[in-house]
Design a protein around this ligand. Structure first.
Ligand code: NAD
Ligand code: WQD
Length: 340
């Protein structure tokens, strides 16, 4: 049995990953400062799995608190989700984002080093590719820091560099950089899902809150892109497929591969209009929308070549767009106010 420390495990992707880790027989400890989550998500994961999760409410910026967690745990692997992730907020508060996401990660690495933990899975993002020069995006596609469109994205690319430099200096480290495309949906139980605070920034949470009647209508950010119908195209991936990818990445690290980088996406792009249609079908609700100006920093289209993860992890995204919308709708309609 492997003992895994999950940072940010109470959050959206973290809670789904905790569930898959427990079902795969891992023993897990979560550290989270609950800045964008509640412990209720983990209680529900325990209910679903019948297994306990050790939880510490600790901020990654609190190096001593983190050290105390490592002293208790004897971990073999760390999965590092903890980060701030709101793109617009990162433009307004760049220092907060660099401190939380970059300094928080450095603190984590220092604690790992002190306690002799060698395996790390990091939540990176397709945002590190900036404005794609060609599609689909492979792991070899360029990642130029000045082309990343916002401080949040740059904090992710900076952390990738920090981790690569660390592994170069300490070759016994094993690090998986997982570049997620657009995670959506929820666990099939409808018990856990995404619970954004305030107005949702991302498309699917916004669409589902319109469908459930909490928001009046969706703003579609531009219909004049060079895409099939003029709206932005993205590679949406079911959060459970993403969570399974983490379990496989943890297993991969036990082969001592050094640094590995994987795109986790489906390889298929859907437009905003296609998403609206799919969600209307899944929910049986009408989604009123209005065309708005383009959103600053948005790109026209982005989708993955996920073949490396297939070859090296044996991973593929099995759940299609309809399942993403049906599961997302089940979560939203069963929990109109999220966990509260
Ligand atoms: P989330 O906000 O739901 O989860 C992040 C968790 O980290 C939260 O529970 C939050 O309380 C915690 N956290 C933040 N800063 C912390 C700190 N300093 N110390 C301790 N805990 C802290 O976000 P998510 O959607 O689950 O994203 C998880 C990871 O995946 C993040 O690193 C994010 O950048 C990355 N990612 C997300 C997406 C996406 O669209 N959701 C896409 C690509 C990458
Ligand atoms: C998807 C499409 C919008 C909202 C963001 C981050 C990225 C990653 C995933 C963390 C775009 C359109 C959206 C709305 C709309 N996060 N849209 N109306 O921008 O691809 O990626 O989340 O790493 O870093 O940038 O996702 O869901 O915000 O947008 O028309 O109210 O939906 O313009 O075409 P995005 P998104």
């Amino acid at each position: 049995m492997r003992r895994v420390l999950v940072t940010g495990g109470a959050g959206y992707i973290g809670s789904h990953t905790c569930l898959e880790l427990l079902n795969a027989g891992f023993e897990i400890t979560v550290v989270d400062n609950l800045s964008n989550s509640t412990q209720e998500s983990l209680q529900r994961v325990s209910t679903l799995t019948g297994k306990e999760i050790a939880f510490f409410e600790v901020d990654l910026l609190d190096a001593r608190g983190l050290d105390a967690v490592f002293s208790k745990g004897n971990f073999e692997t760390v999965i590092h989700f903890a980060a701030l992730k709101a793109v617009g907020e990162s433009v307004a508060q760049p220092l907060q984002y660099y401190q939380n996401n970059v300094t928080g990660t450095v603190n984590l690495c220092q604690a790992m080093q002190k306690h002799g933990v060698t395996d790390l899975v990091f939540s990176s993002s397709a945002t590190v590719y900036g404005i794609p020069k060609s599609l689909p995006l492979t792991e070899q596609s360029e990642t130029l820091i000045h082309e990343v469109t916002n401080p949040y994205g740059r904090s992710k690319l900076m952390v990738e560099f920090v981790l690569k430099d660390w592994q170069t200096a300490f070759p016994s480290m094993n690090i998986a950089l997982l570049r997620y495309f657009n995670p959506v949906g929820a666990h099939v139980s409808g018990l856990i899902g995404e619970d954004p605070s305030g107005l949702p920034n991302n498309l699917l949470p916004y669409v589902s809150q319109v469908a459930v009647g909490k928001l009046e209508k969706l703003g579609v950010f531009g219909d004049d892109y060079e895409t099939s119908d003029g709206t932005g195209v993205r590679d949406y991936i079911h959060v459970v497929d993403l969570a399974v990818g983490h379990v496989l990445a943890v297993k991969k690290l036990s082969e001592n591969p050094g640094v590995v980088i994987y795109n986790l996406g489906t390889g298929i792009g859907y437009s905003v209009f296609q998403i609206i249609a799919a969600f209307e079908e899944a929910s049986g609700r009408n989604i009123p929308f209005e065309i708005m100006p383009r959103r600053a920093g948005d790109i026209a289209a982005c989708f993955a070549d996920p073949s490396l993860a297939k070859r090296e992890l044996g991973w593929t995204a099995n759940r299609g767009i309809q399942e993403m919308c049906v599961d997302g709708w089940r979560w939203q309609s069963n929990n109109p106010n999220g966990y509260s």
